[in-house]
Every structure is written in C-alpha cells, then in structure tokens.
Ligand binder design. Structure first.
Ligand SMILES: C[S@@+](CC[C@H](N)C(=O)[O-])C[C@H]1O[C@@H](n2cnc3c(N)ncnc32)[C@H](O)[C@@H]1O
Length: 204
C-alpha cells in the first residue's frame, strides 16, 4: 500500500467487496479500492476483448468480466494450482464461459499472441513490466487502455519508503518502466497512488 494506513482503511471501507473471494496473504489479489478503480475503467471503456497477465484466483478477472458483460477475458497464469482455483471461481460466479486461461509464463506465451485487445491488465511479474510492455503495446488497440498494478511497490519506487537491498533491482526496473510509459509518445499515462500504485495508459 502506498497511502497511509488510515486513508487505505477508509477507502477500503467505502469500496465494494466481492464476498465470494475471501482474502488471504496466500493469494495476493487486487485491493478492494484498486478493484473499484479497475471496475470504473472497464465500465467506461466497455471492452470486448481483455488480456490479463497474472490470473491468480480470478478476483480481478471477475471484477472486469462483471463490469463488461459483453467481454471475453484471456488471462495468463504460470502457477497450475492457482489457475485451477481461478477456473473454479470463474465458473461459480457464472463467467466461466467468457474466460480462457492460458497456463504458462507470460514471457513464453505473449510472443505467440497475434490478436488485439481493448484492455490489458498487467498484474504479473513486477520485475518484467518494462519487457512485457514492449510485447503488450503492439497488441493494444488504439483507443485501448493498459492498466498495471503494484507500480509504486510499497512506496519504494517514489522513495517514500526506503528500498531494501533485496528489492533494489525490482524497484529500479519499475522506475524504468514508469519512465517509459510516462514518456512514450503513443501513450497518455497517469500513475495513481491507490493500493500499491496503479498506472493507467491510454493508447493514442
Ligand atoms: C498479484 S497476483 C495477480 C492477482 C490477480 N490479478 C487478482 O487481482 O486477482 C500475480 C500472479 O501472477 C502470476 N505470475 C507471476 N509471474 C508470472 C509470469 N511470468 N507469467 C505468468 N504469471 C505469472 C503469479 O503466479 C500470481 O498468481
């Protein structure tokens, strides 16, 4: 989280929660307040085709599909067990027929994808956002939106919190990624200090 505890608690209190998904540290899904922002973006954009990197148990995927009743979600997850849990969750909330889970590492799968998407939600390996975005941007339609979570990584990227030695490389890579999407002539980007930091980029 990048805002202070009190603000975060207040924003979470106001946010809609999905009761089906019980939160636990084991499953690092989107915070409720960030999910609310994602829901608004999806509602405004009305995407038909969504690509997600990092399915986990299907929480953010469900948020997006419930906000876009005509959309198909293609979601990439490298962990087999969580992908199976996501499949069960998508089915139990009634969106299973609108999801295709692609099992494997995003960096291995993305080079084979030739389709275009209206919305791309990047919530996978944080250290690879810059590299993955070079693969993802050609797949994003003009007028489409790229949303990325955890971009301020616990406040370490902006310097609000001291970067631990173990996270130095990751934080440097996220900083490079944010500079790239902020300066790209094909993107209009805003970086929002909500949850763990979320970037929203519109493809011009
Ligand atoms: C933060 S969680 C995603 C949370 C999910 N978007 C949600 O809010 O419900 C990140 C997920 O990305 C997956 N992941 C990490 N590295 C990956 C990679 N290289 N390729 C595909 N999935 C990856 C992890 O297994 C984990 O389930």
């Amino acid at each position: 989280m990048v805002t202070d505890r009190r603000t975060t608690r207040y924003l979470r209190e106001l946010a809609k929660e999905m009761p089906l998904f019980s939160r636990s540290d084991e499953f690092p899904v989107l915070g409720a307040e960030s999910a609310g922002l994602l829901r608004v973006i999806v509602t405004l954009l009305r995407p038909k085709r969504i690509l997600e990197i990092g399915t986990n148990i299907g929480y953010s995927g469900t948020v997006m599909l419930q906000a876009a009743p005509d959309a198909m979600l293609f979601t990439i997850e490298m962990d087999e067990d969580t992908a199976n849990m996501a499949r069960e969750n998508f089915t139990s909330v009634g969106v299973g027929d609108r999801v295709q889970i692609l099992r494997g590492r995003a960096e291995d799968i993305l080079p084979y994808i030739k389709d275009e998407y209206d919305l791309i939600f990047l919530d996978g390996p944080k250290g690879q956002y810059l590299y993955l975005s070079t693969l993802l941007l050609p797949m994003l339609k003009r007028g489409g939106v790229l949303v990325c979570d955890n971009v301020l990584f616990r406040g370490m990227v902006s310097g609000k919190r001291k970067t631990t030695a173990r996270k130095r490389t990751l934080v440097k890579k996220l900083d490079e990624f944010l500079r790239f999407i902020s300066n790209s002539p094909e993107l209009e980007t805003s970086i929002i200090p909500i949850g763990d930091g979320m970037s929203v980029s519109y493809k011009i």
